[in-house]
Each structure stands twice: as C-alpha cells, then as structure tokens.
Design a protein around this ligand. Structure first.
Ligand SMILES: [Zn+2]
Length: 101
C-alpha cells in the first residue's frame, strides 16, 4: 500500500522540531523530484525510513517522474515501501522558485 502524500498538508520546513523523520523524508524526495523532468527516474541518495512495523531501512530510494502530471513517485528496492507525492509545486519543497506551471 503506497503512501499518498500531499505536501500542502505537511508542516513547512520552518517548523523544524515538529517534523518527524518521515516528514523529512517526504520533503527530501519532493525537493529532488521537483528538479526532474517527466519520464525520469534516478537512484537518489535519500535513505528509506523503513516500513512502520519493521523499523529503519536506510536503503537509497528510487525517485521517478512517470508523467508530467505533478506526481513524484518513490520506491525502495529493499523493503518495497513506495509512495506518491503531490501538492509540492510552489511549496517550501519546490526547488524551483517562481515556478509558473
Ligand atoms: Zn526501504
């Protein structure tokens, strides 16, 4: 069951101590994904936090942009955890300031 994350529901990075490790992870994936074009996938340096019931994983996750529809996907080759991130455009995690699309 993939995580569906809408970054508009996340506490902004300025609220540092209210973030959890997983929130930090989603933020890192969004920051990287915001720089990638459609139909791109990269093996990132972002470490998988692990499935909630299995503890820390620590494997580098793959970040994918399958279509130009504003969705960033990620998946972990080790534990199989995966997710989709939406709502990051224009957010604190959008690496491109002044984005107009
Ligand atoms: Zn993992």
């Amino acid at each position: 069951m993939p995580w569906i994350t809408d970054m508009t529901h996340m506490p902004p990075p300025e609220m540092g101590d209210r973030r959890t490790e997983r929130t930090e992870f989603f933020g890192q994936v969004a920051r990287l994904g915001s720089l990638l074009g459609a139909k791109t996938s990269v093996l990132s340096a972002i470490l998988c936090p692990g499935l909630p019931d299995k503890g820390y994983c620590g494997t580098a996750v793959e970040v994918l942009i399958p279509e130009n529809n504003g969705e960033i996907q990620w998946s972990c080759p080790k534990c199989g955890d995966s997710g989709i991130i939406r709502g990051w455009k224009g957010s604190s995690w959008d690496s491109i300031r002044g984005r107009t699309f």
